[in-house]
Design a protein around this ligand. Structure first.
Ligand SMILES: NC(=O)C1=CN([C@@H]2O[C@H](COP(=O)(O)OP(=O)(O)OC[C@H]3O[C@@H](n4cnc5c(N)ncnc54)[C@H](O)[C@@H]3O)[C@@H](O)[C@H]2O)C=CC1
Ligand SMILES: CC(C)[C@@H](O)CC[C@@H](C)[C@H]1CC[C@H]2[C@@H]3[C@H](O)CC4=CC(=O)CC[C@]4(C)[C@H]3CC[C@]12C
Length: 365
């Protein structure tokens, strides 16, 4: 790629560009990538908001497509200088089958990689996940760890397995010496405008008279990261991947910012509290064994009801284990390798998220 913004306008492709993270990546590229000539937004479900982006100086091309269909991916990738691959099936609630999760997250990623190699795209940033590392099936805590911290990454759930396999595929390319330069970014739990789980908690609290009931000990820390900073890290990594290929190629980077370490529920209350909700209990209100029983009951109900309706509550054995296991990262690898600094402070991230939650008013969209 040319090294000056005036010399050459670049074609970027964002897969999953209409998702929670993808939309922020799309908007961040339009705001902060001066070399952008064309932005292709590839997604199974295109958002109506894309239309408003087509009036700007950058050509925005909306492409409705499926990453599991190699020919659709190849057509979208052809001629792109950079691909940011965020598309994925983010399901830990039993909504999709393990087969479908694998098809989208693994085969879909393979299709993107192969399309890049076949069409000569040189730079690919992959949205991986903290889940590639953990928490593992043994519930081992990962406390303020970094990309080099030893940890037994053992998974059984289809989602973390698929993300780990997809990330492994990315690393294969660099070992093979193919012309494609890749890196993988591992966000911890992302929050911010558009986070549907946050909206679900808000709606649940409104239904319960403005109260949420503590289920997880406050001592269990969960790392969270603001969506705007995750988007910024993607944009910066994509920009620096050419200039710093030797250093960044094949590397993995946790996504991090100044968001505080708290339990999942206490962190959510940073936003839901100012929106009028109260977290009842300084310690879990029900014994852990009862939560385990209720989680297992939810799995049974999901199976029994599947012929009639999709029953996919937040509480299941996997989400309970996740919520109950400390997983926080403390690293500066992205700063050292490509100069990443969070774009949004914790205060700004918190304010933006609160305003978004308030604006949803707990409604469905
Ligand atoms: N939400 C989170 O806390 C975290 C998410 N991630 C990763 O970030 C990426 C984006 O996640 P979110 O924005 O949260 O999810 P999301 O579900 O909001 O966005 C995913 C997007 O991919 C699209 N998509 C799904 N299947 C597709 C297919 N077959 N073909 C084309 N597009 C398809 C969806 O339509 C959606 O727009 C995923 O790869 C996920 O694994 C990683 C760490 C944390
Ligand atoms: C019902 C209660 C036990 C409640 O506290 C459950 C919370 C639960 C829904 C979340 C706890 C941890 C979350 C996951 C974590 O942030 C890591 C993730 C990484 C991803 O790549 C995708 C999302 C997620 C799996 C995230 C999903 C929601 C939780 C399991």
């Amino acid at each position: 790629m040319a090294d000056s913004a005036q010399a050459q306008k670049l074609v970027y492709l964002v897969t999953g560009g209409c998702g929670f993270l993808g939309e922020h990546v799309v908007r961040m590229l339009l705001q902060r990538e001066p070399r952008l000539g064309e932005l292709r937004v590839f997604d199974l479900h295109l958002g109506p908001w894309l239309e408003e982006l087509k009036t700007g100086p950058v050509r925005v091309t909306a492409i409705q497509g499926d990453v599991t269909q190699a020919h659709e991916v190849a057509a979208a990738v052809a001629g792109a200088h950079v691909v940011i691959h965020t598309a994925g099936l983010v399901d830990v609630f039993g909504r999709a089958s393990p087969k479908t999760i694998h098809e989208v997250n693994v085969q879909g990623t393979r299709n993107v990689i192969e399309a890049c190699v076949q069409t000569g795209t040189r730079f690919l940033v992959y949205t991986s996940s903290m889940e590639v590392v953990g928490p593992n099936t043994k519930g081992h805590p990962f406390y303020r760890g970094n990309e080099d911290t030893p940890y037994e990454a053992v998974h059984r759930h289809p989602y973390p397995c698929s993300k780990a396999l997809a990330e492994w595929l990315m690393g294969l390319l660099v070992c093979g010496g193919l012309p494609l330069v890749t890196c993988a970014l591992r966000p911890t739990g992302i929050y911010g405008e558009g986070h549907q789980i946050m909206r679900d908690f808000y709606r649940q609290g409104l239904r319960l008279g403005g109260r949420l009931f503590r289920a997880i000990p406050a001592s269990v820390e969960h790392g969270r990261v603001y969506v705007g900073n995750v988007a910024w890290m993607h944009v910066l990594a994509a920009r620096e991947l050419e200039r710093r290929a030797a250093r960044m190629g094949g590397q993995v980077y946790f996504c991090y910012d100044g968001s505080p370490y708290k339990s999942y529920e206490d962190f959510n209350m940073e936003f839901l509290g100012p929106c009028g909700l109260r977290l009842v209990g300084t310690r879990p209100l029900v014994p852990y064994w009862l939560l385990v029983f209720l989680a297992a009951l939810n799995v049974l109900l999901q199976w029994l009801l599947r012929p009639l309706l999709l029953y996919a509550p937040l509480l299941n054995p996997y989400t309970l284990a996740m919520a109950n296991t400390t997983f926080t990262v403390s690293t500066d690898k992205a700063q050292r390798h490509f100069g990443y600094e969070p774009l949004f402070s914790w205060e700004d991230s918190r304010t933006r998220t609160i305003l978004w939650v308030q604006a949803t008013g707990g409604s469905a969209q």
